[in-house]
Design a binder for this molecule. Structure first.
Ligand code: GTP
Length: 175
């Protein structure tokens, strides 16, 4: 399928961004808030290096499936890089989005995907959260802010949620 990532079955980057553009247009018309979560798995390279690329693939599938199950059908989930996922949440403010991000962080931490008959591995993720700030904001801009917040979460120790805030001296990290 040209719109879906063959490994995980979620939207590929192109289809995801196209979907987000449509959801943003709708949100502008309705005057509703929206948010983006940037989910980046921690130390994924070492999972590949330790357990092999096929095991890494299984982990990506398990995480994608958990993310899909943890959001609404009206939200959009895309695989936008190797071990990077982005989630677009229409009708959602920063508070609700950061609560959802924290739930997803815990879900991933507890997932312990099976990579063999008896082997389960622990995986964690760093999640950046950003919200729309004005009507002219593009998906690219909000995604970059979520990306910046995600990098802060990485730099503060990984396995945490970080929010991009307006006054942004203002990145805030929870957990
Ligand atoms: N198994 C598998 N690995 C992938 C796939 N796409 C990308 N990768 C691997 O994902 C890893 C990403 O590594 P990095 O970007 O260095 O990040 P990281 O190791 O997760 O470290 P941090 O993000 O800093 O916590 C690389 O080793 C890629 O080879 C894929 O489809 N399958």
């Amino acid at each position: 399928m040209a719109t879906h990532d063959p490994l995980t079955g979620v939207l590929n980057a192109r289809a995801y961004y196209a979907t987000c553009d449509q959801l943003i247009e709708l949100a502008k018309r309705q005057g509703t808030p929206y948010t983006v979560l940037f989910v980046d798995l921690d130390h994924f390279k070492s999972i590949n290096d330790t357990y092999g690329h096929a095991a890494g693939d299984l982990v990506l599938q398990a995480v994608a499936s958990a993310l899909q199950q943890g959001i609404r059908a009206s939200d959009a989930l895309g695989r936008i890089g190797g071990e990077e996922f982005s989630i677009f949440l229409p009708h959602t403010d920063l508070d609700s989005a950061s609560r959802l991000a924290e739930t997803l962080r815990q879900t991933i931490q507890n997932l312990m995907p099976a990579i063999g008959a008896e082997q389960h591995i622990r995986i964690t993720a760093s999640i950046g959260v950003a919200r729309n700030q004005h009507n002219a904001q593009t998906m690219l801009a909000i995604q970059q802010q979520a990306d910046q917040a995600m990098y802060l979460a990485k730099s503060q120790g990984r396995n945490r949620v970080s929010c991009f805030t307006e006054d942004h001296a203002g990145l805030q990290t929870a957990h």
